[in-house]
Write a protein that binds this ligand. Structure first.
Ligand code: FAD
Length: 338
């Protein structure tokens, strides 16, 4: 019998991954996912979706490595299965190139992707403005397919879905025993977190089926990521900018920078332009607390603030959140219900 009522707030890649992990692993929990926006209207839907990570300053490196590894292994298994086309998950090989030789030539995730190596001088010749490069195979996860696929998987595991805005955690405290907060940038108002802020990103989707390899400038601002139906080119990283409208100047700058890296892009047809706000924070918040709501002590697990790496980290932080949910159930009087 399902005796513990869990609610997950948020239907982006983080919320859906977390909801699936809980619903599939804890049979005594009934899991409800509540969000005001679902695919195709979340930030996650427009993400370029490449698995790549930057290092957060205050989280032990081992924990960050585990997040990347758990996500990579989970998505690799999908990419190598019959589910791959429906889930929108594919292997992607290519190059990250640098104008100057970087101080750290071996990023912490280099042994977690496939075949990471330094590019040869011969390979670098096609990038005359760059002096150093790394070649590797990673994963591209197209969230416009992956999110509906995850939602189906969640429903198959008995999960329920409700579309509505949650104005405060109090609203949830009478109907649920445990709250999991995956509301991304929404956490600024939902839980009053002033540390979460937007980093605006604009990307274009272009038709260029001849491009098979990703190219990523080590500055992190310019990238070309071939996908299943189109090539995503970008981008911008504008901190504190909430503007959701497409900016013509940004599109021109993206086209100019990407065409410098890959001149054949001048001939590519533009299919769409998109803006998303990365839910950024100095460190993602993946932790538990107990909150006093309407006279009850309610356990809350937070999982948000993944910035530009939410697709990369979603499954790994979902697994951590599952562990935190288990701990909450052991520590609080809810245990009596098990
Ligand atoms: P979201 O997708 O924003 O989902 C938040 C959910 O919470 C939504 O369902 C929303 O409706 C819900 N919500 C919020 N508040 C409330 C409320 N009060 N009540 C009810 N529901 C609420 N990441 C990578 O790993 N690789 C990439 O290549 C990559 N490329 C990117 C390119 C761009 C241009 C951008 C903008 C981002 C990119 N990212 C990438 C980052 C990635 O998109 C984010 O980290 C990720 O989408 C965050 O997911 P999320 O589920 O936390 O948030």
């Amino acid at each position: 019998m399902k005796t513990v009522r869990v609610v997950v707030v948020g239907a982006g890649v983080v919320g859906l991954s977390t909801a699936v992990c809980i619903a599939e692993t804890l049979p005594f929990c009934s899991v409800t996912l509540v969000a005001d926006r679902f695919s195709p209207d979340t930030t996650s839907d427009g993400a370029a979706g490449i698995l790549y990570a930057a290092q957060f300053p205050d989280i032990p490196l081992e924990r960050q490595r585990r997040w990347v590894k758990d996500s990579f292994d989970h998505l690799l298994a999908i990419a190598q299965s019959q589910q791959s086309p429906e889930a929108g998950v594919m292997l992607s090989s290519g190059w990250q190139i640098f104008k100057e030789v970087p101080a750290n030539q071996t990023p912490f995730w280099s042994d977690l992707v496939i075949g990471f190596r330094v590019m040869t001088d011969g390979e670098l010749k096609r990038f005359p403005h760059h002096r150093f490069g790394q070649a590797f195979t990673t994963i591209k996860c197209e969230c416009s397919s992956y999110l509906p696929w995850l939602e189906k998987r969640f429903r198959r595991a008995g999960g329920r879905v409700e579309q509505r805005k949650v104005n405060s955690l109090q609203e949830l405290s009478t109907s649920f025993d445990l709250i999991v907060n995956c509301s991304g940038l929404g956490s600024e108002t939902l839980v009053g977190d002033s540390q979460v802020y937007p980093v605006r990103g604009q990307v274009l989707k272009v038709e260029a089926p001849w491009l098979q390899h990703f190219i990523r400038d080590g500055d992190g601002k310019t990238y070309i990521y071939p996908g299943i139906h189109s090539v995503t080119i970008g981008g911008t990283r504008q901190e504190g900018n909430w503007k959701l409208q497409v900016d013509r100047g940004d599109s021109e700058s993206i086209l100019e920078r990407c065409s410098k890296l890959e001149p054949s892009l001048c001939k590519a047809k533009i299919l769409s332009e998109w803006v998303g706000l990365r839910p950024s924070r100095r460190n993602p918040r993946v932790e538990k607390e107990v909150v006093q709501l309407q006279g009850r002590r309610v356990p809350v697990v937070h999982n948000y603030g993944h910035g530009g790496w939410g697709v990369t980290l979603a499954w790994g932080t979902a697994m951590d959140s599952l562990g935190l949910v288990r701990q909450c159930l052991q520590e609080t009087p809810l245990q009596a219900k098990l």
